[in-house]
Design a protein around this ligand. Structure first.
Ligand code: SAH
Length: 282
């Protein structure tokens, strides 16, 4: 549909031409969709042929969901739904997802007291769990619904994957650091996020077997948009990525792929993310 050569060039051009600062809007109810009845009595229809996305919903049965509820509520109301000098998050479904996900279950023991603070926190291996506001903002930009299939680069603690999983049908998440990938996967499983699948690999190459994706979220900064990720973005899809070097200002960029496969991007806000490792650094 789109050649590898044309698309990255188009993105680079768009980045050079228009880095406009702006903002935008996306969570589905936790509806459990029954699988269509199998068997010869059911006439084949379009629904039955659709990919089986959105059937496994987060269970919310783990006790952590009932802990520190007031702190989450305060986090959302004071840092995310209202915020001085910054664009606030308006999408009620995103706000509800952030009230729901027990952030403290993703934060290491010694940072427990700060789990709902307005800042990123260390998660080991030189990596961080992003500031709650940034997680909310990036999630809103993806405009997720229960039919969305999402790819995340940088599982880390698993927190962003969990927030996305509250809204989307299916989340795939890739982590390059093995120990983080394994602990993130274990945590997500224990917390009942059945609609998140993770793997340890270099996310630069995406996950072509699972794509294309309605939404791609990159949670580590790269100097450029990895070509394979643009390739794996569905027409009509959205990709959010922090662009820039580790030591200089980075910009959060929203890349949209039109129905015809053309790619546009715009700058959203200044950010600071840990650098993308692996192929992105070559
Ligand atoms: N989304 C995470 C944020 C983690 S910080 C959370 O919610 O906790 C960024 C993560 O990206 C780190 O865990 C880092 O190891 C990972 N990362 C960096 N480069 C990567 C790459 N090329 N592929 C996959 N993961 C990468």
């Amino acid at each position: 549909m789109n050649s590898m050569k044309i698309v990255p060039a188009a993105v680079e051009l768009a980045l050079l031409v228009g880095l406009v600062f702006a903002g935008g809007c996306g969570r589905g109810d936790r509806v459990v969709e029954e699988p269509p009845p199998a068997g010869p009595e059911r006439a084949p229809d379009v629904e039955a042929k659709k990919p089986q996305v959105g059937q496994a919903r987060p269970s919310h049965e783990h006790p952590a969901f009932r802990e520190r509820v007031a702190e989450r509520e305060a986090m959302v109301s004071k840092q995310i739904a209202e915020r001085a000098f910054a664009q606030t998050i308006k999408d009620q479904k995103v706000l509800e997802a952030m009230r729901t996900v027990p952030r403290h279950a993703f934060v290491p023991g010694r940072y427990q007291r700060q789990a709902y603070a307005d800042r990123p926190l260390p998660i080991g291996y030189g990596q961080t769990i992003s500031q709650p506001y940034i997680v909310g903002y990036m999630t809103e930009m993806l405009e997720l619904d229960e039919k969305s299939k999402v790819l995340e680069i940088g599982t880390g603690s698993g927190y962003q994957a969990a927030v996305a999983a509250e809204l989307a049908g299916q989340v795939y998440s890739i982590e390059i650091i093995k120990a983080l990938g394994e602990s993130g996967q274990k945590r997500l499983k224990e917390l009942g996020y059945k609609n998140v699948v993770t793997k340890v690999a270099d996310g630069y190459y995406g996950w072509p077997e699972k794509g294309p994706f309605e939404a791609i979220i990159v949670t580590a900064a790269s100097s450029h948009i990895p070509g394979p990720l643009i390739e794996q973005l569905k027409p009509g899809g959205r990709l959010v990525i922090p662009l820039g070097s580790a030591w200089r200002a980075q910009e959060l960029v929203l890349v949209s792929k039109g129905a015809d496969g053309t790619v546009q991007s715009r700058g959203l806000m200044g950010v600071r993310f840990v650098p993308m490792l692996g192929k992105a650094q070559e």
